[in-house]
Design a protein around this ligand. Structure first.
Ligand SMILES: *[C@@H]1O[C@H](CO)[C@@H](O)[C@H](O)[C@H]1NC(C)=O
Ligand SMILES: *[C@@H]1O[C@H](CO)[C@@H](O)[C@H](O)[C@H]1NC(C)=O
Ligand SMILES: *[C@@H]1O[C@H](CO)[C@@H](O)[C@H](O)[C@H]1NC(C)=O
Ligand SMILES: *[C@@H]1O[C@H](CO)[C@@H](O)[C@H](O)[C@H]1NC(C)=O
Ligand SMILES: *[C@@H]1O[C@H](CO)[C@@H](O)[C@H](O)[C@H]1NC(C)=O
Length: 840
């Protein structure tokens, strides 16, 4: 699924539709039916904003008539069907009306009641209304109370403002079910809804058996949905009304038309209306592949869509039925090879020596049937699980706490780049065996490396002898140059100047594999958007960081080299220095200097990290300035104009003196001379740092980097990560809080406790104001980076007043549950009455 596309479409239409759609078509019909009126086939009633219609329709390849709700601008898109199991014949005397007892009824030409709402009403004066969010409501005309609504009885579609309930007390659920097929809206084999027991998950069921599962809700996303991690998909929330009723709710209807439909082959498909194409764009759907199908690999099996075959047993487990397994029928799954030694009597201290241990699996979709135990620490999950013999696995999430599993592990999947660490309990002997194996492999690898090093050394010595010791230091890396580009092939586009390839050292794959122990996980420094980063130590003792670009980057070899050579010419104290690269077969790697203080996000957001306290205001301000200068160099001072596009704390590295160095600019977009902004079909970046116009329309410019810089400044002041910060009391995210507290002159309440100091207040206020200028909605309102630096340096003294940032409103929409358009949802300063703020 292309994440970029999702975001791109998302608000393109958002903006488009609000302007265009209300102008389309017109209708003089009302939006209500009362007890003394009726709706006759083929008439319709239309919602007040002209979005939805209630009326009769005929699906394709049939003559049956149904009563349904559809869009005014796309009448074949039916979102709800009344008489789905009882079709009408084509007949102009089919009518919908309100019966004597106040219920909604559908009556055919022979005066037979075909379908009705059987709400128990004693209300005689009821009225039926079609609303702009697609909800059909039957209400008591006198009191206005809702007697029945179509949102509680969905057909196959969930519309944005719907609430999907799971009432744990009564067992009642809001379920949508698929059509039988495109011409028959009768109840099909698939159903979808929320399952709130333990930790809420979203499900698709096939014939009442689980078919797909979203994974647990962690108060932000469903953690088993890969696209939810880096994409602007997190506009749901799951809420608990404290009466055992849990419900999921989507965004407010807002200005775009989006829906989730369960189609007749069991896919839950999210689509957005594309007003140019006059059609629906698919922006997400699940299940995407066989691994997404519930329990494909059976109990204790693990599914990896990148492997062939996709199923394997967890380590320490073997197929229950070998023969079936080999025939690729994985349904019976795997069973434990060695029984656990768990025995509560002698394993109280959780000692690992002769008890059990845990195998760590990374990037996992966690199994079904998790039990929750709220806890702030991962260690506690481990010790609790170890103490309890029925616990066979655990995982940890900051919002959920501990997740424990007993009995079986089912529907386990390994994702490509996101996911959780899952710890599976194994007997110590099972783990021990593998320790020995691992050790053996390491010894073998070391031996091989040793031999190769000696060989290289000999070859090198001979080369030196031959060249008479003229070799430059960098030449060490070139042992066996593999990239056979003759130097004329590489030309800088705008300078038409040839590059001497010797300027950029080429490393061989083999050598990089060796210095990282075959890219062993122990050498993994982290994972960036483009692939994992490893630490290595060259034979001359120099430490390097190696970024292994994922194969999927899809860039041609020559373009890649062109870009890398250009980038290698950038030199600035606030940019990470590129040492060289490696291009071999499918592999592309970039070699950077190694930064001992790691990245800013670790220093800033990890509460256990010692450097959080080292980073006082002076250091933090220095970091802000340094990043600004690095950005200025990219935008203006280098011979090229470079837009970074993914500026965030994890891309800012810190050297031993806490000087910030921007990294990852390697894959940024290099601009031609007088281009001001560009569009991209592939939005790369990270939710929380992307400017609205980039996230939503794929338009980027220097100003979108300025936006990310503004977010970064606020994070540095607050010491909290934008995407993880949410103030429940005010229903506001980081940007919203900053704005609110700034406009109330209470900036110290926003500041990280470690640096909050009233002597610094003026400085901090200024900094926040500059940050707020950077995160304004419209690019034209944001200052360019030179101006930002001048403001920071007090060269510009009078600062303009920032406008309210747009994402300040994001969360509010989710919690209000009202149906105001998004533009009005944000908190209005006047509307919010604030009593005393909790100072510290
Ligand atoms: C339809 O049936 C209702 C009762 O079921 C009756 O009161 C009404 O008169 C009938 N209408 C016609 C047109 O036959
Ligand atoms: C749809 O299903 C109905 C019955 O369930 C069947 O009669 C009809 O042929 C099907 N139509 C298509 C196009 O498959
Ligand atoms: C259901 O949606 C999936 C994913 O978009 C698609 O591949 C499939 O063809 C759809 N099925 C039908 C019957 O439309
Ligand atoms: C796979 O194995 C299960 C259990 O033995 C059996 O019920 C099922 O029919 C088999 N499926 C196929 C496709 O062979
Ligand atoms: C052990 O774990 C099981 C399953 O998670 C749970 O039901 C049980 O209460 C736990 N026992 C103790 C003593 O914590």
């Amino acid at each position: 699924m292309k994440s970029g596309k999702i975001i791109l479409n998302f608000v393109l239409h958002f903006i488009f539709l609000v302007i265009c759609v209300p102008l389309m078509g017109f209708s003089l019909t009302t939006n209500t039916i009362s007890s003394n009126s009726f709706l006759k086939d083929p008439d319709t009633i239309v919602s007040s904003g002209n979005v939805f219609k209630l009326g009769f329709f005929t699906p394709e390849n049939t003559t049956n008539r149904y009563l349904g709700i559809f869009y005014t601008f796309s009448e074949k898109t039916v979102v709800w069907v009344a008489n789905r199991d009882k079709p009408l014949k084509e007949d102009s005397s089919n009518i919908v009306t309100i019966s004597k007892d106040g219920n909604l009824v559908l009556i055919d030409g022979r005066n037979q009641t075909i379908w009705s709402v059987n709400a128990k009403t004693s209300h005689e004066n009821t009225i039926l209304q079609i609303q702009d969010n697609g909800n059909l409501i039957l209400q008591d005309n006198a009191t206005g109370s809702i007697i029945w609504e179509s949102f509680s009885y969905p057909t196959d579609t969930f519309l944005p403002t719907v609430k999907v309930f799971d009432n744990l007390t009564t067992g009642e659920k809001t379920l949508a079910s698929s059509w039988k097929n495109g011409s028959d809206p009768a109840v099909g084999s698939f159903m979808t809804g929320l399952e709130a027991l333990n930790i809420p998950q979203f499900f698709i069921w096939k014939n009442h058996r689980p078919y797909w599962r979203s994974g647990p809700w962690n108060n932000q996303i469903f953690i088993g949905v890969q696209d939810a991690y880096d994409v602007y998909l997190d506009y749901f929330s799951v809420l608990n009304n404290h009466a055992g009723i849990i419900y999921l709710t989507g965004p407010n209807q807002g200005k775009f038309f989006m829906k989730f439909s369960l189609n007749s082959s069991g896919s839950l498909v999210q689509t957005v209306w594309n007003n140019e194409k006059k059609d629906w764009d698919i922006i997400w759907s699940s299940p995407e592949n066989e691994c997404d199908v519930y329990g494909t690999c059976g109990p204790f099996g693990i599914c990896n869509a990148q492997n062939s075959p996709i199923c394997s047993c967890l380590r320490g487990f073997e197929p229950v039925n070998k023969e079936e397994w080999e025939r690729r029928n994985w349904t019976s799954g795997c069973s434990r090879r060695k029984q656990l030694e768990c025995d509560q009597s002698n394993n109280t201290g959780g000692s690992r020596g002769n008890g059990d241990g845990f195998l760590k699996l990374k990037l996992m979709k966690v199994p079904d049937f998790a039990e929750q135990f709220p806890s702030g620490q991962e260690d506690e999950c481990r010790s609790r699980c170890l103490r309890n013999c029925s616990c066979i696995a655990y995982a940890y999430d900051r919002n959920i706490g501990c997740m424990f599993w007993s009995k079986s592990l089912i529907d386990v999947q390994r994702f490509a780049s996101v996911g959780y660490d899952l710890y599976v309990r194994l007997s110590a002997s099972e783990l021990g065996n593998n320790k020995v194996k691992e050790l053996f492999i390491i010894i073998a690898a070391v031996a091989v490396i040793f031999c190769i090093s000696i060989l290289i050394f000999i070859v090198w010595c001979q080369m030196i002898k031959r060249k008479g010791g003229k070799t430059k230091n960098e030449k060490i890396f070139e042992a066996g140059q593999i990239f056979s580009l003759d130097s004329t092939a590489i030309a800088i586009k705008d300078e038409s100047q040839q590059v001497n390839i010797e300027e950029l050292p080429l490393f061989t794959f083999e050598m990089l594999a060796n210095v990282t122990y075959q890219f062993h996980d122990n050498n993994l420094l982290g994972k960036g958007g483009f692939g994992p980063v490893y630490k290595g130590k060259l034979t001359n003792g120099k430490e390097i960081a190696i970024k292994r670009l994922s194969v999927a980057s899809g860039q041609g070899m020559e373009e890649f080299m062109n870009e890398v050579i250009l980038i290698s010419k950038l030199q600035h104290r606030n940019l990470v220095r590129l040492h060289g690269c490696c291009v071999e077969k499918e592999e592309k790697m970039l070699i950077y200097e190694y930064m001992p203080n790691k990245s800013l996000d670790i220093c800033l957001f990890d509460p256990t990290h010692p450097s959080r306290n080292i980073l006082n205001w002076t250091k933090r301000f220095g970091i802000i300035e340094g990043i600004g200068r690095g950005l200025l160099y990219l935008h203006k001072d280098s011979r090229l104009r470079i837009i970074h596009r993914d500026l965030k704390p994890s891309n800012v590295l810190l050297d031993e003196d806490w000087n910030p160095k921007i990294s990852d600019f390697g894959m940024a977009r290099i601009f031609g001379g007088n281009q001001d902004h560009a569009n991209t079909a592939r939005v790369m970046g990270t939710y929380g740092y992307m400017a609205p116009e980039y996230a939503m329309e794929g338009r980027f410019s220097e100003k979108s980097d300025v936006y990310s810089f503004g977010v970064l400044m606020l994070e540095i002041v607050k010491g909290k990560k934008n995407s993880h910060y949410y103030n429940h009391e005010w229903s506001l995210g980081l940007l919203g809080c900053a704005w609110k507290l700034w406009s109330e002159n209470n900036v110290l309440a926003f500041t990280d406790e470690n640096i909050a100091d009233s002597n610094l207040e003026e400085e901090i206020v200024r900094c926040i104001q500059i940050a707020l200028l950077c995160v304004q909605e419209f690019p034209k309102d944001r200052p360019v980076i030179q101006t930002v630096l001048s403001m920071l340096n007090h060269e510009i003294l009078d600062l303009p007043t920032p406008k309210q940032p747009i994402f300040a409103e994001k969360w509010n929409g989710l919690h209000g549950g009202s149906s105001q358009p998004i533009s009005q949802v944000g908190f209005s300063i006047n509307g919010v009455t604030l009593s005393v703020l909790n100072g510290r």
